[in-house]
Ligand binder design. Structure first.
Ligand code: ATP
Length: 237
């Protein structure tokens, strides 16, 4: 297993958000976690990135290594785990190009960086037109494109995506998922969390359903897409 999570518990100020979550991601997979508002999806990704502390008794390993030994910066720079946060965390006072370049700071493979840059601009021509525009002045959807673009530039082994579809028009959302599939085929494993269950399950091979901090169901995407409870609760009946 590339990533193995066991009995993951996280609390905020005494209120538990994750009640002992277990799941695994194998090398090369695309796995999604779906769930309603406040189910604990973002918290799960933040725990893997070590941005929120896991409670004692939680276990997380990455390639067999104890993730809990790593600080957030080492998770990114040494393990190659990159998180695309919900809500477009980009640098507002830097230009589009500067944001993208900054994401490559730990990479040495300069030729591949140029290829990745071309791919980002092919995927998001609006960003290509706005290379010199400051991040803060982009529209919400454009900022989301830049956030995803930055993740594509990071040279990642495992990509954690927090609601990448948020704020994107449907057509663009499909293009983005297509592009993420290509990246997956080139060797990046993807774990994504989404409220848009239908989109996520069409994109991923496997999924988990998170409810109030508990994983209540897992299966192949096909199984979950046809599961009566999932249909009722997450796919609009
Ligand atoms: P959404 O789809 O709405 O983004 P989510 O599934 O990602 O939701 P989380 O953001 O992980 O949910 O939140 C899980 C629970 O933890 C929620 O009840 C939320 O209010 C709580 N929570 C999250 N972050 C904090 C925080 N920093 N302080 C206190 N409570 C928090």
């Amino acid at each position: 297993m590339l990533l193995s999570v066991e009995n993951l518990r996280v609390s905020y100020g005494g209120i538990r958000a994750l009640h002992g979550v277990d799941f695994q991601v194998a090398e090369g997979e695309i796995v999604c976690i779906i769930g309603a508002n406040g189910a604990g999806k973002s918290t799960t990704l933040k725990a893997i990135s070590r941005l929120v502390p896991a409670e004692p008794g939680s276990k997380m390993t990455y390639q067999g290594e104890d993730l809990l030994q790593y600080t957030p910066d080492k998770v990114a720079s040494e393990l190659g785990i990159v998180q695309v946060p919900e809500g477009r965390r980009i640098f507002g006072n830097l230009t589009v190009m500067e944001n993208l370049k900054l994401a490559t700071y730990a990479r040495q493979d300069h030729e591949q960086i140029q290829e990745d840059l071309k791919r980002v601009f092919a995927l998001f021509p609006r960003l290509a037109e706005r290379k010199k525009q400051e991040g803060a002045t982009l529209s919400g959807g454009e900022q989301q494109m830049l956030a995803v673009g930055r993740a594509l530039m990071t040279g990642r082994r495992l990509m954690l995506l927090d609601e990448p579809s948020m704020g994107l028009a449907p057509l663009l959302m499909q293009d983005m998922f297509e592009s993420l599939k290509e990246i997956n085929q080139e060797g990046t494993t993807i774990l994504l969390v989404e409220q848009n269950a239908r989109m996520a399950l069409r994109f991923a091979q496997r999924g988990y359903v998170l409810e109030n901090g508990n994983l209540v169901l897992e299966g192949s995407s096909d199984e979950l897409l046809t599961d009566p409870e999932v249909k009722q609760a997450y796919l609009g009946g």
